[in-house]
Every structure is written in structure tokens, then in C-alpha cells.
Design a protein around this ligand. Structure first.
Ligand SMILES: [Zn+2]
Ligand SMILES: [Zn+2]
Length: 127
């Protein structure tokens, strides 16, 4: 009986975690789906600046992590690397890590990413 209860609790926890993940996905979907997808060979700063332009910064590395998940799921060092360079949130990356590579007011239409060829590289493109 006790074992069964514990199993139920664990099942509940799994369900909660799965629901949270689904809700995050649903949020991104609602926020634009296609729009949040990283383009083929799109570099980190181009992707982040494109997302900031659309959705803004939520004071985390949300878009940097999204980029990382899309092209370098093993790149766990990315957050540390960005934070070491002063990028504590997505717009902080723009100010401190890639100051010459982010969109600025009046950059319309935004210049397209020239693409990076080394998968998972955080180097900016040659735009
Ligand atoms: Zn920010
Ligand atoms: Zn680029």
C-alpha cells in the first residue's frame, strides 16, 4: 500500500515536470513558433538580437539557451562563457559580449546573418 502511494507521488511529480515543459513550449509556440526557430547556420548574436527585437529580454539567457539547444545541446559551458564576459542576460550579451553585432534602433530591416560554418561555435558571423 505504502509502495503504491509513493509510486503515485512520483508519477505526480513526473507529470508536473512534463506539464511545465509543455507549458514553456506552448508559450514559445504562442510567442511565434516559427519565429523562435534558429535559422540554418545563424550565429549566436544574430539569433539573440533577432529574438530580443521580437520578444525582448526576460533578464535571463533565455534566447542564448534556446540557440544552444538548437545547435549545440552539449554546450553546457555556454552560460558560463557568456557570464564570464559580462553577458548575464540576453541583452547583456548584446552590450558586453558582442557590442558590434547586435541590432540597433533604426536597423530596419535587420541585416541578415552571414552564417557560421562551425556548428555550435559562439563566434559571430562576418555580417
Ligand atoms: Zn537583459
Ligand atoms: Zn550572424
Amino acid at each position: 500500500m505504502r509502495g503504491e502511494t509513493l509510486q503515485n507521488i512520483m508519477r505526480d511529480e513526473n507529470t508536473t515536470a512534463a506539464t511545465a515543459a509543455t507549458e514553456a513550449e506552448a508559450y514559445l509556440e504562442a510567442a511565434g513558433g516559427e519565429l523562435t526557430r534558429r535559422l540554418e547556420r545563424e550565429c549566436l548574436p544574430c539569433y539573440v538580437s533577432r529574438m530580443l527585437d521580437e520578444f525582448g529580454c526576460d533578464n535571463t539567457l533565455r534566447w542564448a539557451k534556446h540557440w544552444r539547444d538548437a545547435c549545440a545541446p552539449d554546450g553546457r559551458g555556454l552560460e558560463r562563457e557568456l557570464q564570464d564576459r559580462g553577458g548575464f542576460c540576453d541583452c547583456g550579451i548584446g552590450y558586453n559580449v558582442y557590442p558590434d553585432h547586435m541590432l540597433h534602433e533604426g536597423d530596419k530591416p535587420p541585416p541578415a546573418c552571414a552564417g557560421v560554418f562551425h556548428r555550435g561555435s559562439t563566434a559571430p558571423c562576418s555580417r
